[in-house]
Design a protein around this ligand. Sequence first.
Ligand SMILES: Cc1cc2nc3c(=O)[nH]c(=O)nc-3n(C[C@H](O)[C@H](O)[C@H](O)COP(=O)(O)OP(=O)(O)OC[C@H]3O[C@@H](n4cnc5c(N)ncnc54)[C@H](O)[C@@H]3O)c2cc1C
Length: 394
Amino acid sequence: MERRIDHYLERLVSSDSMTFYKAVCEFAKERIEPNYLHWERNHELIPEDVIDEMGQMGLFGVTVSESYGGQGGNQLDLILMGLALGYHSQSLAITPGAAMSLGAKPLQLFGTDAQKKAHLPDLAAGKRMFVFGLSEPGRGSDATNPEVTAKKEGDKWVIKGEKCWSTNAKWSSHVVVHAMTSPESKPGYRTTCFIVPMNDPNVSYQEMAGKDLWSQSSTGSISFDEVTVTDDAILGKENEGFKVMAKTLNGGRLFIAGMSLASLAFGLDKCRTYSQEREQFGVPIGSFQRVQDVIIDMDITLEQGLTWLIDLTNRYDDNTLDRESAAKVKIECSRKASDHMTMAMEICGGVSSLDEFGLTRHHRDLFVCRVGEGSNFALKGFAARPLMPDITLQ
Ligand SMILES: Cc1cc2nc3c(=O)[nH]c(=O)nc-3n(C[C@H](O)[C@H](O)[C@H](O)COP(=O)(O)OP(=O)(O)OC[C@H]3O[C@@H](n4cnc5c(N)ncnc54)[C@H](O)[C@@H]3O)c2cc1C
């Protein structure tokens, strides 16, 4: 049976884009599908030789320009890569996905020539990564007011505090730290982003223990104990760190919406197959209308979600995407996909609980899509603002 996601993408993207998408699907089928369960059962992060292979395929440089050794692709290519890998595993998709959309992207958008030359070629080759250091133990949704501080002392900045939930920390050479630099200034102009090397003696990192989703993805907590850097470590402008973070998150939210749809597409195909094979009361369970309801609802959401997401991604590439639209597609795709996944598990019955069946993995991973890159509830408040411009929304 043709995968339903491929059926829709054939209609939505060009044949050149489909050629790239299919090459990534092929890689995922050969290198990921046969090994995934083993990594999962052994609680292993993605093996480094797989990261190397993805690097050689150019998957860490999809959106990096050719002049820095990347593939010179656009956001649509990045989304297609996320759909191809995320169908098997969100952990696998988010590794190059975050490396590009949260790691290389802010450097591409706001870096100086010297910063780009120093880092982008290695990032594009997948030799090392950058961590996006926004969240902190005490600052999740309220990330615009970091507790991490950077204070100017002479010609040095002294950075103190802790970041957490940092995707790809294990493989990263640097972290982009969003720090409070001017607490008295007006909102939006209080923070600055700094590029800080992970091997600085005053930086310590540890993998966050006990995380039971995105299991093959590295998630670290990173502490800064009076780390000193100079002005050339600033990414973007002093006191405009919020701008760096906000612009970066627009692309990241599209990527999360894509991974949500990839998981949904996996669940849909699993249900379609199982419902035609599994018999109860002498007939395939797919002949029961309640089961058909679940399958057709998943299919409608997949078609709607892909059509919407590809449209917004094209707008991102044209530089006309607004922040509210990126938030809305992330909210809707993640909540619908995770709601459907619960129903998908119900119609497949007890077999859904087996790890080898794959639905529990996607069900767990979809939770991150609801909270990551701005929790859905917090983003709703933000997306509602332009609808009621005459009042202050809490
Ligand atoms: C696996 C994983 C990987 C991650 N990777 C990264 C990363 O690479 N870099 C990074 O910086 N962060 C990362 N994050 C962090 C993620 O962005 C945060 O979890 C997210 O911003 C929410 O913050 P919080 O978890 O602290 O929840 P909180 O902010 O504490 O929110 C708790 C609850 O309160 C609700 N709430 C909060 N504020 C509002 C509001 N204004 N209106 C309505 N409801 C509200 C939320 O919706 C939620 O339900 C990652 C998280 C996970 C789980």
